[in-house]
Design a binder for this molecule. Structure first.
Ligand code: ADP
Length: 243
């Protein structure tokens, strides 16, 4: 649907959004405006409590704004820390969960479940339970489950924060491949500037419920932590945050 004042390449728009949770003394978001383009990898960074997860919940429709306007697609996939899998369901059943909820027919569920378990390299684990998987594998199932509903936007809330460095490194590469293959719009929350610069096209820097600055990361991919221009870009963001 065409909205006046909205660029056709924009997929998410917040216009002067305020959010105050019931019983909370302060606003979680204050006069918050942001535009995210179709197909881009956008990363939100900022200190704990600055409102990053609130932005994701508002995009997903899990929370409503206290005032202001939000335009976002209805079909949104969300990946949580550690996959947030149902322990009593197999890998296959976890992946199919959103599709079942939507009433998708069995053949289509099998097709999509296989497709996305292939994409995250876990097809052979389809009969296993979350307890049989490593942390990285669980998070891959979380990603497959979010993608299985074929969402227009994929939201990730600090998805790798509980994983060790090597696993995270592997999942960063996988996520970039998935992004390039599926051409999804990705909005990810991170508390690590290095992770944001490694992955994102643009980084939104938040503080106290506000978006202070948006930085375009123009470094070519694949990016490397060790290169001087990478380190400079990270430092630029740290200077703005005040670290
Ligand atoms: P971040 O993701 O940057 O850590 P959040 O969006 O989780 O920040 O939280 C922003 C602010 O809103 C914090 O002060 C937090 O305590 C508050 N908050 C978040 N969720 C709720 C809630 N359900 N009820 C009340 N306050 C909340």
């Amino acid at each position: 649907m065409f909205q006046k004042g909205t660029n056709l390449t924009d997929i998410i728009t917040f216009n002067s959004v305020n959010k105050t949770y019931p019983l909370a003394k302060t606003r979680a978001l204050s006069d918050y405006s942001i535009t995210i383009e179709k197909g881009e990898f956008f990363c939100l960074v900022g200190p704990s409590g600055c409102g990053k997860s609130t932005v994701l919940k508002l995009i997903a429709g899990l929370e409503t704004p206290s005032s202001g306007k939000i335009i976002a697609p209805e079909n949104i996939g969300m990946v949580f820390q550690l996959g947030a899998l149902f322990p009593w369901l197999t890998v296959e059943e976890n992946t199919a969960f959103g599709l079942k909820m939507k009433g998708t027919d069995k053949t289509k569920i099998r097709e999509l479940t296989n497709k996305y378990l292939d994409l995250v390299n876990l097809r052979e684990f389809h009969k296993k339970y979350p307890r049989d998987l490593s942390g990285g594998q669980r998070q891959r199932v979380g990603i497959a489950r979010a993608l299985a509903i074929e969402p227009e936007v994929l939201l990730l809330d600090e998805p790798f924060s509980a994983l060790d460095f090597l696993t995270t490194d592997e999942l960063h590469k996988d996520l970039l491949n998935i992004w390039q293959e599926t051409k999804k719009t990705i909005v990810m929350v991170s508390h690590l500037m290095e992770e944001a610069v490694l992955l994102a096209d643009r980084v939104g820097i938040m503080r106290d419920g506000k978006l202070c600055k948006v930085i375009q990361v123009s470094l070519p991919r694949p990016r490397s932590y060790k290169k001087e221009d990478f380190v400079n870009e990270v430092q630029k963001i740290k200077n703005i945050i005040g670290e």
